[in-house]
Design a protein around this ligand. Structure first.
Ligand code: CA
Length: 236
């Protein structure tokens, strides 16, 4: 199936480059220049990815991303002339999947788009509570890799992609302490472009979701200055 990409960018010369780079890879690209147009567009038609400029004539791309994330997991790649660390961190914390700084190489952009789509396609199947195959296990967690789902105390967790990948990585080796850098290597498509603080943010939301299921267990442990590990049963 051909992936459909929504490009929100107000500079025509840049939009041309992006459009050319992506259509020559076989993607379909819809180009819009305004925040308000983008919101109409994604409400009207399903897209596989959003490429988002931050400085737009009628508003901020970050605000747009914040509104989108209230009810959508649509993968987002930020394309910005601003290379400020704050924008980058904020973008990733607001749920962007990657951040590319202008000027960029069209081939690199296409490669990053493909990497995001590949990763999200793998995790895309809609999670249906009843569809998770029960696994016999004496631990608090069950992973269903095919459906990218994790149960905790027999409750299906409603996880974002990053939370899922972080928890899956921790669960692969219970009790092992993973540094933030190791978690980023496992989870982020391009760890160099992300920040270790993002790991903390996702761990925080993950903990809150586990606490919703069981207020007492708190299975994720913080090892100060080292990283995180997970316990999977009592007495460990
Ligand atoms: Ca702009």
């Amino acid at each position: 199936m051909i992936a459909r990409i929504l490009l929100v960018e107000d500079e025509p010369s840049i939009a041309d480059v992006v459009e050319f780079a992506l259509t020559s890879e076989g993607f379909q690209v819809a180009w819009r220049t305004l925040v308000c147009e983008a919101e109409v567009e994604w409400a009207a038609a399903p897209f596989d990815l959003l490429i988002l400029d931050l400085g737009l004539p009628d508003g901020s791309g970050l605000e747009l991303l914040k509104r989108l994330r209230r009810n959508s997991e649509l993968p987002v790649l930020i394309l910005s002339a601003r290379n400020a660390e704050l924008d980058r961190v904020l973008g990733l914390e607001l749920g962007a999947d990657d951040y590319v700084t202008k000027p960029f190489s069209p081939r690199e952009l296409a490669a990053r788009v493909k990497a995001i789509l590949k990763r999200t396609a793998r995790l895309a199947p809609v999670l249906d509570d009843a569809s998770v195959a029960p696994q016999v296990s004496d631990t608090w967690f069950q992973i269903d890799e095919v459906r990218a789902a994790i149960r905790f105390q027999n409750h299906l967790l409603d996880l974002t992609r990053y939370e899922y990948l972080i928890l899956k990585t921790l669960l692969a080796q219970p009790e092992r302490v993973f540094s933030r850098a190791q978690l980023m290597d496992q989870v982020w498509p391009d760890p160099a472009a992300s920040f270790e603080r993002s790991v903390d943010t996702h761990i925080k939301t993950l903990r809150a979701k586990l606490r919703d299921v069981d207020t007492m267990l708190d299975p994720i442990r913080t090892h100060r200055g080292l990283g995180y590990s997970v316990r999977v049963r009592h007495g460990s």
